[in-house]
Design a protein around this ligand. Structure first.
Ligand SMILES: *Cc1c(COP(=O)(O)O)cnc(C)c1O
Length: 410
């Protein structure tokens, strides 16, 4: 008799964006004359930069040429892209890797979701709260969560609250944990850790034989000097951390698909017999067994992100989003709201006025200003009382939305 993986029954329905869209659609239907501005979008809106498209097309032409055609590539990615990543994303910050420490993939979502497979079933995991739901859900599927409690938290998962009270800097876990997921600049709060704050987590991991899974998907948005661009800027991090990066937000690859994961060879943990086991060969085995690599043209397109033209062009897009973020931040502050993020991130995390619930504030903005945000409560219990706005809309719409908010009084 076939049986299902009953862990799937423990998953919470991901109704957040469904419900956001349902309420927005209902409002538009009842108010067809209103121009609703969507600022809940977690997806980029600018098209691929010309230098990237040129490289993409040239690689497609190669695939049409019998002499240049390529079939299955290395599952870990082509060396030309691994080299470009090491040089541009790490050497720049004084960090070096061998090519076989960089694994090219089709997404940081997939990688952050799949990585838990190489850890023991009984690993205790910690996540920041609010959180990118992939980290939790993939551990629920794997059977590490236990049941969801009344408080909105799974019983076997450690939640590290990030709120106004701690300035969105999570405290170190109070209980013993094995794996800590960190995402900075953070989705959804848009906040960051300084080098010193991140160093405390690295020290914790080193002292407690824990591993940090560091999601730096928003690294390209960093503007402040004391914010680390990679966890490996922190001394000793290679021995305790895996880092995830993505071309999705960096260069508009959300529909094109390319990302990478760094698993340093120094990252070694003990097996049940007390022997040292390096994680790099385990991840390599996992990827070569279950993944076939990213297509050649996409890897050439990703390589072009690092060309001089490519860098110039993608940074124009990033600056456009950051300008939107600045406008949102300043307008909301002027309107008397407490706002966080938006300096090193396309996300602005807004404290609801007068202790309103996230969904009540969502409805207020929809009805009074015709703006759609994302209720913070949808990202975890500590997101209650906040709302996320994104800088991915157009400059014109962003300005119009802020003009509407400035007319409201809170
Ligand atoms: C968008 C995003 C990613 C990127 O995912 P891809 O699968 O590479 O598109 C990773 N982590 C977080 C937190 C994100 O918001």
């Amino acid at each position: 008799m076939a049986k299902i993986n009953e862990n799937y029954l423990l998953l919470e329905n991901s109704y957040l964006f469904v419900e956001v869209n349902r309420r927005a659609a209902k409002y538009s239907e009842e108010n067809p004359d209103k121009d609703v501005i969507k600022m809940g979008i977690g997806d980029v809106t600018k098209p691929l930069a010309p230098a990237i498209v040129d490289a993409f097309k040239a690689a497609v032409d190669e695939m049409a040429d019998a002499d240049l055609f390529r079939g299955y590539g290395p599952e870990q990615g082509y060396e030309f892209l691994q080299q470009a990543i090491i040089k541009n994303d790490f050497n720049k910050w004084g960090v070096d890797f061998d090519v076989d420490e960089v694994f090219i993939s089709d997404g940081a979502k997939c990688d952050t979701g799949n990585i838990q497979e190489i850890f023991s079933q009984d690993s205790k995991i910690a996540v920041t709260d609010p959180v990118y739901p992939v980290y939790i859900d993939t551990n629920v599927m794997a059977g590490r969560s236990g049941l969801m409690g009344e408080d909105g938290m799974y019983e076997n998962i450690t939640y590290l609250p990030c709120t106004e009270e701690n300035n969105f800097v999570p405290e170190l876990p109070q209980e013993d944990v094995d794996i800590i997921y960190l995402c900075f600049p953070n989705n959804p709060t848009g906040t960051t850790l300084t080098r010193d704050e991140l160093a405390k987590f690295v020290e914790y991991a080193r002292e407690n034989d824990a591993v940090i899974l560091y999601d730096a998907a928003y690294e390209v948005f960093i503007t402040e000097d004391d914010v680390p661009h990679t966890i490996y800027e922190i001394e000793g991090a290679k021995e305790v951390a895996i880092e995830f990066r993505s071309f999705s937000k960096t260069a508009g690859f959300t529909g094109t698909r390319c990302a990478y994961t760094v698993v340093p060879k120094e990252l070694v943990i003990k097996d049940s017999e007390g022997n040292d086991q390096a994680l790099n060969p385990l991840w390599n085995r996992r990827q070569t067994t279950k993944f076939n690599g990213v297509s050649y043209p996409v890897q050439r397109a990703a390589e072009a992100v690092y060309s001089e033209e490519g860098q110039k062009q993608i940074m124009e897009n990033i600056e456009y989003y950051l300008e939107n973020a600045r406008i949102i931040r300043e307008s909301l502050s002027e309107a008397g709201l407490n706002v966080y993020g938006g300096v090193n991130s396309p996300y602005i995390w807004v404290k609801t006025p007068n202790d309103m619930k996230s969904w009540d504030f969502f409805d207020l903005l929809l009805e009074e200003a015709n703006i759609v945000g994302t209720p913070g409560a949808g990202f975890g219990p500590s997101g209650e009382g906040y709302l996320r706005l994104t800088a991915f809309n157009t400059l014109e719409n962003t300005k119009e939305a802020m003009a509407r908010i400035s007319k409201l009084s809170f």
